[in-house]
Design a protein around this ligand. Sequence first.
Ligand code: NAD
Ligand code: ZN
Length: 369
Amino acid sequence: MMENRLTVCRDNVPIYDIVLETSFEGLKEEVDKLALKERRICIVTDSNVAPLYLEEVKAILDTCCKYVSVYTFPAGEEHKNLDTVRGLYEHLILEHFDRKDVLAALGGGVVGDLCGFSAATYLRGIDFIQIPTTLLSQVDSSIGGKTGVDFDAYKNMVGAFHMPKLVYSNLATLLTLREEQFSSGMGEVIKHGLIKNKAYYEWMKEHREGILARDLDLCRTMVYESNVIKKNVVELDPTEQGERALLNFGHTLGHAVEKLKDFSMLHGHCVGMGCVAAARISQLRGMISEETVQDIRDTFLSFGLPVATEGLNWQEVLLTTKSDKKMDSGSIKFVLLREAGDAFVDRTVSEEEMKAGFDLITFGGKKEA
Ligand SMILES: NC(=O)c1ccc[n+]([C@@H]2O[C@H](COP(=O)([O-])OP(=O)(O)OC[C@H]3O[C@@H](n4cnc5c(N)ncnc54)[C@H](O)[C@@H]3O)[C@@H](O)[C@H]2O)c1
Ligand SMILES: [Zn+2]
């Protein structure tokens, strides 16, 4: 029997379950455990996910709750903002949602972050569940309780920690995901292996073809392993004081690239490039070999991620990195590798080292595919 359930705890007290299935069939049983028969629930979803999965999920929740309402907003990061939150608050008020009622996020990370933030703040906090439908949201954003929205050009500037009551991942939803969205999720998946589990990283490489074909058994094993890593890290450090920073591997330079490209590149793709750059810095420090850096680069490439980009100016990258949230009292927080599968936080990365990492991910003068 394949493992399909994890329980996230805080101080050894169970907070919520993560359930991995290949259909929505098990959703009723899981939601019934939350005893919502006398509650209203509002499904929050986006305009791409609604035509695919809303009807089925609504029909199931209809049997678990007193009343099911739906709030659909236009898909896209540009709608993860306070205007959409305002629209949702209005909807909830008109629908007379009270403190005991519940929200359900049906969609990717944008829906999960926005719904979670709305749940954290409506009436000073109501419960919510996550039904993530992208690889990125199944392996990353639905777990750990970080919620939030963008504010003007500032990503995730407004937010709250608010834990879901349940995370139900139907792996079959991955089958309708566009290729670039799947590879963006793979950016975080490969990152998980690199920071915590070399065997998992090797397993991914071995099963590349099946994973890319989205074999659901392989996807379930993969999402499960990634969930174990994320769960362990967030349990040790629920509010991101220390250990959780390891999850930022690849994000220091990755965020700078993402920002300077005006968010035209997908998050996981930028993270992949950031991982390659951080691997180079680790190599310069004598911790990993050049072959390992090459292997890491090849791995991202083989899963459909870009490993270099062009049109970026180093001085701008440096400035952007310095103004990022990962700056910690004046020094840049970098995550480096002792080896594949073993990461640590370092605050002493110099500008020269960063430049060397950056050089590997920019086509610059040296053209290579
Ligand atoms: N809270 C956290 O800890 C955390 C962590 C990482 C990322 N995030 C956030 O997550 C967001 C990115 O999430 P994402 O990559 O899931 O993006 P997304 O939610 O925008 O989804 C990507 C696209 O796929 C569509 N889609 C979703 N599920 C689908 C399916 N099953 N089939 C077909 N299309 C589908 C969406 O409508 C959207 O167009 C960002 O806003 C990021 O800041 C949050
Ligand atoms: Zn990320």
